[in-house]
Design a protein around this ligand. Structure first.
Ligand code: ATP
Length: 370
């Protein structure tokens, strides 16, 4: 079992700076997910950990050992790829056993270990088949079995579910989490899908443009995003962003929206808003914090023209434009919102995020999880 530490890791491809200095400490047996949009550098980071890509600058440690120059085969890491990379001419049994055979593991021991993981992953009845006679989900499980059978210190997953259909993806996600619970191993998992990241991870690492934006537990990232990027990337539908000006009038404090609508700032939040008085800022409000009834702390109504209504059974999404912003409210199915009709919402300002548009940092994040 092992910790993994990245210290100021950079990757420069000729002139392109793909990873621009990242620091990360991964605890033993943690499940860490690197998530971010295409091109943010998450796969490159994973491949540097695997030893498949040279590290341009910085130090990579597995346990206490610096492994920058250690060949991949000596790192005691197992990687599961997006395309599974199974050998087509070998049976499932031989595919799973391949790594053990290469390491000269005795046949009895090999068979015992293959049988054990095949049982865990419900592959025991498929051991004599070739990969072409398996479904996508079964191939994915063989790829996992092949990694697990080696008892690696660290598991690396590079978008392992992206070739599966939506239903199977959800099933395999649960399976991966269950396996980690049964057999805890340090795991680093790359995905562009924030829901996959939130559901699997102990710690989510949000990457953007070769840098880490924020590291945190899923709930922490959701409720206390540090940056505009994290506030809008994590959560679906995304956080609504309104352009606002902070206005103070005597004891009162408001944010004024592009349309002139004013939202009163509750007493508990006034101090931080006052620090930004008369400035143009961004206000982030999650769809579920646009409510349909006034609460004591959400005094100001916001009347909007409804564009599209999407009933989902348990809840309804109401889409509308406000100034330049395309917005969504997540409301109870009993609320009577209709397209092309005005509708009144009550933003819960105790949950709103005030964002500095210059630095793109959330200035209220210490409050937002109440
Ligand atoms: P995706 O989800 O699309 O795989 P990613 O976040 O995993 O994206 P990386 O594959 O890590 O992104 O790539 C990061 C950046 O580095 C991209 O802009 C990519 O074009 C660039 N890049 C990757 N490999 C090379 C290479 N061999 N030579 C030059 N640039 C590269």
């Amino acid at each position: 079992m092992a910790t993994v530490s990245l210290r100021n890791i950079e990757k420069i491809y000729s002139s392109f700076h793909a990873v621009r200095g990242i620091n990360l400490s991964i605890e033993e047996n943690a499940f860490v997910v690197l998530v971010g949009p295409s091109g943010c550098g998450k796969s490159t980071t994973l491949r540097m950990i695997a030893g498949l890509e040279d590290i341009s600058k910085g130090e990579l440690l597995i346990g206490d050992e610096v492994v920058n120059d250690m060949p991949p085969g000596e790192r005691n890491i197992a990687m599961v790829f997006q395309n599974y990379a199974l050998y087509p001419h070998m049976t499932v049994q031989d595919n799973i056993a391949f790594g053990l055979k290469q390491r000269k593991c005795p046949k009895d021991e090999r068979n015992r270990r293959v049988a054990e993981v095949a049982g865990m992953l419900e592959l025991d009845t498929l051991l004599e088949r070739k990969p072409r006679a398996l479904s996508g989900g079964q191939r994915q499980r063989v790829a996992m079995a092949r990694a697990m059978v080696r008892n690696p210190e660290v598991f690396l997953f590079d978008e392992p579910l992206s070739n599966l259909d939506a239903k199977l993806r959800v099933q395999m996600r649960t399976e991966i989490k269950r396996i980690h619970q049964v057999r805890p191993t340090t795991t680093i998992y790359v995905t562009h899908d924030q829901i996959e990241a939130m559901t699997l991870a102990d710690q989510v690492v949000v990457m953007n443009k070769g840098l880490i934006e924020q590291v945190g537990a899923p709930q922490e990232l959701y409720h206390r995003p540090a940056t505009k990027f994290v506030a809008t990337f994590i959560g679906s539908p995304a956080t609504n962003l309104f352009e606002v000006r902070v206005v103070t009038e005597g004891e009162a404090c408001f944010v004024e929206l592009e349309t002139g609508a004013r939202l009163e700032i509750p007493e508990s939040r006034k101090a931080v808003y006052r620090q930004h008085a008369n400035r143009q800022m961004l206000l982030g409000i999650r769809p579920e914090h646009l409510q349909t009834a006034s609460l004591p702390d959400t005094a100001s109504p916001l009347t909007v023209d409804v564009d599209v209504v999407e009933p989902l059974g348990l809840e309804t999404f109401v889409y509308f434009r406000h100034g330049k912003a395309n917005c969504c409210a997540r409301i109870a199915p009993t609320a009577e919102a209709r397209p092309k009709q005005p509708f009144t919402l009550y933003p819960d300002m105790t949950q709103a995020h005030l964002i500095d548009p210059q630095t793109e940092r959330v200035v209220t994040s210490e409050f937002a999880a109440d």
